[in-house]
Design a protein around this ligand. Structure first.
Ligand code: PTJ
Length: 258
């Protein structure tokens, strides 16, 4: 693939896009992952392509929830694996979470390819691949119901980045705390998760790692207070208001392009 010149006004966005394309060419990302990425890009435009204040509140709550969990699991799909493999590994290390590959377009080859990407980034254990991936969550209608008996099946908290929507409700139904990363504040996942980080996965993962490090030695009571004061509906409302105000300002002032 051609090198993207630094001078290109959208160089960073194109580099991220190329990671997704490269991932698809190597059977890590599903074909539909390209479409999902495009949908994410569109919402990122509306957000101004930056981590907003409501997203920062959600990141803090997510960090507290991970640290309070007895058995947190980071669920990894094709897109999240190619976008932030190192951050996934680091988040698992600092939060004590397990990493599990769990995909919508399921095939043994894709699961192996995702595992390889994560292992190359330093993961010592990737659940969801091979023999122990024989658990089932019947409440999930898609093949994502097949989970690892040492992972999502027994998790109390599941981080679900770039999610396809049918799973969050099912996971919540069986009592799991769901943390979503989704640029679309209107998606089923965003609306149904306990904590929704409306931010680009690429931007939010390093921030989440830092927040977990920062809160790691905070007393449990303090962490519980952070969660008690967090209101996901309110935070999603703040995101929508932010988009509304931003669009209003642009509409009144004209183009944002400098
Ligand atoms: O790897 P698989 O087989 O599990 O398939 C994964 C995809 C992504 C194809 C599957 O989960 C899917 O079809 O997802 P959806 O229904 O398109 O939903 C993905 C959501 O993630 C959408 O709401 C997008 O706006 C959002 N999204 C896309 N890219 C990003 C993102 N959110 C945060 N960061 C991103 N980089």
């Amino acid at each position: 693939m051609d090198e993207i010149p630094d001078s290109h006004p959208r160089a960073e966005s194109l580099r991220i896009r190329h990671k997704i394309i490269h991932g698809m060419e190597h059977n890590v990302v599903a074909k539909a992952g390209l479409i999902a990425h495009g949908r994410g890009e569109a919402f990122d435009y509306l957000l101004g392509e930056e981590t907003t204040l409501p997203a920062k509140k959600a990141i803090k709550a997510a960090a507290a929830a991970l640290l309070l969990s007895k058995y947190p699991v980071i669920s990894v799909n094709g897109n999240s694996a190619v976008l932030t493999p190192h951050e996934i590994v680091e988040l698992a290390e600092v939060s004590g979470a397990k990493i599990e590959a769990n995909i919508f377009y399921r095939s043994p080859e894709r699961l192996e390819a995702i595992k390889k990407v994560l292992e190359e980034a330093g993961a010592k254990e990737v659940l969801g691949v091979g023999e122990t991936a024989n658990g089932e969550i019947p409440e999930i209608s898609s093949v994502r119901r097949v989970v690892d008996t040492r992972g999502i099946l027994i998790a109390d908290t599941v981080l679900v980045p770039i999610e396809d929507g049918d799973r969050t409700q099912a996971l919540r139904k069986i009592g799991k705390t769901v943390i979503a990363v989704d640029l679309n504040p209107l998606s089923r996942t965003s609306q149904l998760a306990n904590i929704t980080i409306v931010d680009n996965h690429v931007r939010c993962m390093p921030l989440l790692v830092e927040e977990v490090k920062k809160l790691k030695n905070t007393p449990k009571e303090e962490l519980k207070k952070i969660l008690k004061n967090y209101d996901n509906k309110k935070v999603l409302g703040e995101v929508l208001k932010l988009i509304r105000d931003r669009l209003k300002e642009i509409a009144e002032k004209g183009s944002t392009i400098t």
